[in-house]
Design a protein around this ligand. Structure first.
Ligand SMILES: [Fe+2]
Ligand SMILES: [Fe+2]
Length: 135
């Protein structure tokens, strides 16, 4: 497992969504940094998980607003994937007590794999659908 790097191969062709994805990549890397520096049980761990949840809710809201505005046919399945991720992040958050979370490599792998897979398999389809509708 190494640092997650943004590259154009992750672009969904919609600037606003790409910018938010870069923010999510940066958050996954904050988890990575905490793990490699041995600080995964420090109070910063709960901060990054809380930030991840808040930022994900906002980001999914952006995508879902576009889906609703343009009657995206695959919206129900896509929204369900968003909800599953939020549920998982909340579950991680619930495992935090006394102001700290124990972050693990399993958690990092889940967050990183989910983000890359979701962008490639699900968000790119939405991007292709939106491409001639916005910008
Ligand atoms: Fe996304
Ligand atoms: Fe999405």
């Amino acid at each position: 497992m190494s640092m997650l790097k943004w590259s154009d191969s992750l672009s969904v062709s919609i600037a606003e969504i790409d910018e938010q994805h870069k923010g999510l990549v940066a958050m996954v890397n904050r988890v990575y940094d905490l793990l490699v520096s041995g600080a995964s049980d420090r109070p910063q761990a709960i901060e990054v998980i809380e930030d991840m949840r808040r930022y994900s809710v906002d980001h999914f809201g952006t995508e879902e607003k576009f889906m609703d505005k343009f009657d995206y046919p695959e919206a129900p399945a896509h929204k369900l994937k968003h909800q599953e991720f939020i549920d998982k992040v909340k579950e991680i958050e619930n495992g935090c007590a006394d102001g700290t979370c124990i972050l693990t490599m399993d958690i990092l792998n889940y967050l990183s794999d989910w983000l890359v897979t979701h962008i490639n398999d699900t968000d790119k389809k939405l991007g292709a659908f939106l491409e001639d509708k916005i910008e």
